[in-house]
Design a protein around this ligand. Structure first.
Ligand code: HGY
Ligand code: MN
Ligand code: MN
Length: 405
């Protein structure tokens, strides 16, 4: 099946007709449809299909028990109203690259795996990369079992409802020990390749990043009858904190975003009792990130106090800086530079990836495919057909270089 047909088959799954964006949340019906698609792709190609203890899906050519496997893949879930490319491009390209290698008559000296990591975006339970974090032991089964979605459904309940065993979750060191190299292809989530004029790039590093929950608790009251001076309105310090986040990030050359907010009781004619905002912040250096988040928290506390509002701040997740394996990165540069005039820039990113989570355990690399607008986590995310093809061919070359030496 060609890249084009795979793309067309996957395209309608989980797409909202209202927004054109994707809502493929972990363990939802759309997620199940994506998983069924992955399994079908594996089986049509005669690959050995399995799900691991954490619900990640794997398709194998050759026996992974032989070790030193070369693995590629990404994720199929999405953020709320996400784009078509973030995640799926890496999975579809993985199958297309295997097809290309078979077409070339490649002879594999090592097992080749294709993986779909579960719950990369953390859109439902608030923590990104749950599948790879559990597998790498960066998230314990106990921590994962406490994760709860916005409707109060726990991760174990959601997993069980989707037909997976939540009692099985946990670290999977034997599985990771069998992997000699993991290469994730991903749409670029910025404009570096567009600006340099190159279709494909190689990742150098991922910025440290995290998510923090700010709970501003005030007093619910009547919007028409409560004098302004008598209010304890949590919306005001929240709004001031959003502005402070922008200032702190600008000052430090970092990024800080309040992209999700919940208000109680959420009535148009009521002063809120609670405003809960989630901060996502990232920076090139860990010290910068600490300083930015510290500055935002100090501003939030001062504004909350000025309005007689209580504030609690909880760090919900943190991913340290990732520097991808230098030897593997150099190997990719060598492979992609041999016999072609393709220029392949090396670039860092502020986006998180399963490859980043695995990088502490497995030699890991990433390929980026040009995104002409840089827009991501939005229905407007895009990549041209030519660039997707360039990505597939680059991935095929890399897999051939690593698995068919
Ligand atoms: O949020 C991120 O950086 C990633 O896309 N999960
Ligand atoms: Mn994403
Ligand atoms: Mn992604």
């Amino acid at each position: 099946m060609s890249f084009h047909s795979m793309w067309a088959e996957l395209s309608p799954v989980g797409r909202s007709s209202a927004t054109g964006g994707y809502r493929r949340f972990a363990w939802s019906g759309a997620d199940a449809d994506c998983r069924a698609w992955f399994r079908e792709q594996a089986e049509t190609r005669g690959l050995a299909y399995e799900t691991d203890r954490n619900g990640n899906q794997w398709a194998w050519l050759g026996d992974p028990a032989a070790g030193d496997a070369v693995v590629t893949g990404s994720h199929l879930d999405s953020v709320p109203d996400g784009g078509a490319f973030d995640g799926p491009l890496g999975v579809v390209s993985a199958f297309a690259a295997l097809d290309e290698l078979r077409h070339r008559g490649a002879r594999f000296a090592k097992p080749l795996g294709i993986v779909n990591f579960g719950d990369e975006e953390g859109a439902r339970f608030g923590l990104a990369c749950v599948g790879s974090r559990l597998t790498a032991g960066h998230l314990t089964a106990e921590q994962a079992r406490r994760l709860t979605d916005g409707d109060g459904v726990t991760l174990p309940r959601a997993m069980a409802a989707a037909g997976y065993d939540p009692d099985a979750i946990g670290p999977d060191p034997e599985r990771l020990d069998r992997i000699g190299a993991f290469v994730e292809l991903h749409v670029e989530q910025g404009r570096a390749l567009d600006l340099s004029g190159d279709p494909v790039g190689i990742a150098s590093a991922i910025w440290p990043h995290g998510r923090w929950r700010f709970d501003f608790r005030g007093e619910a009251n009547h919007a028409g009858t409560t004098r302004l001076t008598d209010r304890h309105d949590p919306m005001l310090p929240y709004a001031q904190t959003v502005l402070a986040a922008r200032r702190e990030a600008e000052h430090a050359g970092a990024v800080a975003t309040f992209g999700k907010v919940a208000v109680e009781p959420n009535g148009v004619n009521a002063v809120p009792s609670l405003v809960r905002g989630w901060l996502d912040s990232r920076a090139a250096e860990p010290e910068t990130l600490d300083a930015v988040v510290g500055g935002i928290e100090r501003a939030a506390r001062a504004h909350a106090e000025a309005h007689g509002v209580d504030l609690t701040v909880a760090r919900e997740s943190f991913t340290p800086v990732v520097e991808f394996d230098h030897a593997l990165r150099d190997e990719l540069t060598r492979i992609l530079g041999t016999g072609t005039d393709l220029r392949v820039p090396v670039l860092g990113t502020g986006a998180g990836h399963d490859a980043g989570i695995l990088s502490g355990r497995v030699p890991t690399a990433m390929l980026f495919v040009r995104n002409p607008t840089g827009v991501s986590h939005s229905p407007a995310e895009s990549a041209t057909e030519d660039d997707c093809t360039a990505g597939v061919l680059a991935l095929a070359d890399v897999l051939e270089g690593l698995a068919c030496p």
